[in-house]
Design a protein around this ligand. Structure first.
Ligand SMILES: [Mg+2]
Length: 262
């Protein structure tokens, strides 16, 4: 069985982690609910508190990379997560750093406890490993991303793991993709990137000349979104080589017969 066009030259496959291989947004939403349920904010219903958190998250995320918090964020996720909680509580008229720490702790713990691979992900990784150099390129703090990989028990599938927190820079920076090419000793159309974010995964991979598969799942709406809509491609932007709702068709596109045969 031969690979479908235009994937004929692919020798290395890099995956994004959150909401490509695992249902991170769902886990984050459930974790936030659990946190504000266990540590309620006086005068605020759960839904209202979540809306304030989402608004504060959008503002904080915008400022993070250019603030002094970024260096802390790269190493460990708990300090900036608690700082965001502190600011969200402030926005609700509550000045209580300890309350913020408790909210943040419950959120982090419950999110990790609920984190799961998408049902087809493990079989797809199994099907491709051995034939392709497999890699992971994920943004986020070093400790949180390492914890996710351990929780999901997927580390052994990847020959290359590139984490924003460990590199000091993340997607969509071109240097990240150059580093991945070095690691897998392949480049351009020999490399495929599979990711759920057009802006962070697909656009920079296309700029590097890679093949791209954009994963667009129903669940792909972050808890910080102000509308329940998924990311759209910017007008006039280059199309990915394929758009899939799940990873399931990926082995077939790459010429791997079927999941049952591996
Ligand atoms: Mg992602």
């Amino acid at each position: 069985m031969s690979p479908q066009e235009p994937f004929g030259n692919v020798r290395a496959v890099f995956f994004d982690l959150d909401d490509t291989l695992c249902a991170y947004w769902n886990a984050a939403k459930a974790g936030l609910r659990a946190a504000f349920d266990a540590e309620p904010v006086p005068g605020y219903e759960l839904e209202e508190a979540l809306k304030v958190w989402a608004r504060e998250f959008r503002r904080y995320a915008e400022e993070l990379k250019t603030s002094h918090w970024y260096e802390i964020y790269l190493t460990e996720g708990s300090t900036t997560r608690a700082e965001l909680m502190r600011q969200a509580l402030e926005a609700m008229g509550v000045t209580d750093p300890e309350h913020a720490w408790r909210l943040s702790e419950v959120y982090g713990r419950e999110r990790d406890a609920r984190l799961e691979l998408f049902p087809e992900a493990r079989n797809v990784l199994r099907a491709l490993s051995g034939t392709f150099h497999l890699g992971l390129i994920t943004n986020g703090p070093a400790d949180i991303q390492r914890q996710e990989i351990a929780t999901l028990n997927i580390g052994s599938y990847f020959e290359t793991v590139l984490i924003e927190g460990e590199m000091g820079l993340g997607k969509p920076h071109a240097a990240v993709f150059a580093r991945a090419e070095e690691a897998c000793r392949a480049k351009g159309d020999e490399v495929l990137f599979v990711g759920n974010s057009y802006a962070h995964d697909i656009a920079p991979a296309l700029r590097a000349g890679w093949r791209t598969v954009w994963i667009r799942r129903e669940s792909d709406v972050p808890p910080s979104a102000d509308t329940p809509r998924r990311e759209e491609m910017p007008e006039g932007a280059t199309h990915p080589d394929a758009i899939l709702e799940t990873l399931e068709p990926l082995p077939r596109l790459l010429g791997i017969r079927s999941l049952e045969s591996v």
